[in-house]
Design a protein around this ligand. Structure first.
Ligand SMILES: Cc1cc2nc3c(=O)[nH]c(=O)nc-3n(C[C@H](O)[C@H](O)[C@H](O)COP(=O)(O)OP(=O)(O)OC[C@H]3O[C@@H](n4cnc5c(N)ncnc54)[C@H](O)[C@@H]3O)c2cc1C
Ligand code: SF4
Ligand code: SF4
Ligand code: SF4
Length: 378
């Protein structure tokens, strides 16, 4: 593992990029040199609260994807599995995206030879609906007057069309039930170290991206982009490295505190009783890939024209699969029409599974014990 600061040599990318435009520059290098067929990134949709996954095949179109979108979904792994299996791709991945990609690689559903993973450190995402509501309530601002948003130094900051900025402390927003999505408040993987490189603003100088190189492929990405004369790099100071590590530590402690509070408050049975068995949580889950053979589609679980089985039997099957697979991306919470904190329950179980086996989905190197020869010993 090694560290560097990087910035784009392309003025347009440097201007559009969130930090030093390093991520967009690396993508440009990969596309222009025919190393990948395309890049999966995010572009703004109808407004700043809308982030749309987009597959870019012409580097001219990359500029529109630069920047950080904090209200965007976390479905990168599933998109690669479903639509891009046979293509050579580069993807921008937050830690939960990377964990999903990693679990799908372990299940041979993504070909690791075909994918370059450019990680983004992540302090959290906010649901678009929550973002609009809290900007109205806490900032007294029309959400449509907001030009951009960012999370910095413990605040959710908005920039208005008139150039002014307003910030409110994240913990104040979260205390009132707003702020980051609940799974993000618990998330303790803040730097995607299983991606080829991990990029962020923590520890970076203004106008530069701080990069942690995690493997040989990561080295190749940086060296290639430098040789293509699109990326400038320099060594970060010891202070920068220390500052980054300190913030990561604080964020992890905060997440662990939230985990303890949330896990203690969860009463699974009460929650499951509200389940209407709509299958949305299964269908959105990036790790649930076996639709055709899914146990929950079997006639004893789902007879045609009948109501599916008891929630606890239905969710029991999912629990038995997700205990070693859940990457806490929170998409099941986003879609549940009964407001069941699905990811909280699965995450809680995943932590128990960790206590027994030492395995963390999308973080541990090896395959989950239930997939490996150690299965019989368990
Ligand atoms: C939700 C979020 C939270 C972040 N929180 C932190 C943090 O707390 N600390 C920290 O050090 N860094 C954080 N980052 C990373 C940081 O904001 C920059 O993305 C990173 O430093 C790279 O900067 P750049 O200028 O090189 O990237 P750019 O050249 O601007 O490229 C960024 C790339 O990321 C893609 N992207 C944007 N939003 C998303 C998204 N939601 N999901 C997947 N891909 C996306 C863009 O489409 C683009 O391809 C966060 C990023 C995101 C998206
Ligand atoms: S779960 Fe973690 S990695 Fe994913 S968006 Fe939330 S904070 Fe970021
Ligand atoms: S169970 Fe929910 S939180 Fe866990 S991986 Fe699936 S969608 Fe994400
Ligand atoms: S999304 Fe909610 S209601 Fe639908 S099956 Fe999942 S837990 Fe039940």
């Amino acid at each position: 593992m090694s560290y560097l600061l990087a910035k784009s040599k392309d003025d347009d990318i440097l201007k559009a990029g969130e930090c030093g435009g390093a991520v967009t520059s690396i993508f440009k290098y990969l596309l222009d040199n025919g190393i990948v067929d395309g890049v999966l990134a995010i572009r703004p949709g109808d407004d700043i609260y809308d982030g749309v996954p987009t597959f870019v095949t012409d580097s001219e179109d990359l500029l529109a994807t630069a920047g950080s979108y904090h209200c965007s979904p976390t479905m990168i792994g599933e998109l690669v599995r479903k639509y891009l299996f046979d293509k050579k791709v580069a993807v921008a991945v937050k830690p939960c995206d990377m964990r999903a990609v990693d679990e799908l690689i372990k299940r041979n559903k993504i070909n690791s030879d075909n994918i370059y993973t450019v990680g983004l450190n992540c302090g959290g995402t906010v649901s678009p609906i929550t973002a609009r509501k809290m900007i109205d309530l806490f900032y007294g601002v029309d959400p449509d007057d907001v030009l951009s948003e960012e999370i910095d130094k413990g605040q959710f900051i908005i920039e208005l069309k008139d150039g002014s900025e307003k910030g409110v402390k994240i913990h104040e927003l979260e205390h009132e039930g707003f702020g980051r999505r609940e799974n993000c408040q618990r998330c303790d993987v803040k730097i995607p170290r299983r991606a080829n490189i991990a990029c962020g603003n923590w520890g970076a100088e203004d106008g530069w991206t701080f990069i942690e190189i995690n493997d040989e492929r990561g080295e190749e990405l940086i060296e290639g982009a430098k040789k293509a004369n699109i990326l400038d790099t320099k060594t970060p100071s010891e202070n920068s490295i220390e500052a980054r590590s300190k913030v990561e530590g604080i964020m992890i402690k905060m997440a662990q505190k939230n985990q303890n509070a949330n896990f203690d408050g969860a009463n699974e049975m009460e929650e499951w009783n509200r389940c209407i068995k709509c299958y949305a949580c299964r269908d959105v889950c990036p790790i649930c890939w076996c639709y055709e053979n899914c146990e929950l589609n079997k006639s004893y679980f789902k007879e045609a024209g009948s109501v599916p089985p008891e929630p606890i039997a239905f969710q029991g099957v999912r629990l038995s699969h997700m205990s070693f697979s859940c990457v806490d991306c929170g998409q099941c919470d986003d879609v549940c029409p009964s407001d069941i904190p699905v990811s909280l329950i699965f995450d809680k179980l995943q932590k128990k599974y960790y206590d027994r086996t030492g395995y963390i989905a999308g973080v541990s190197d090896e395959k989950p014990p239930l997939y490996s020869p150690e299965k019989s010993e368990l």
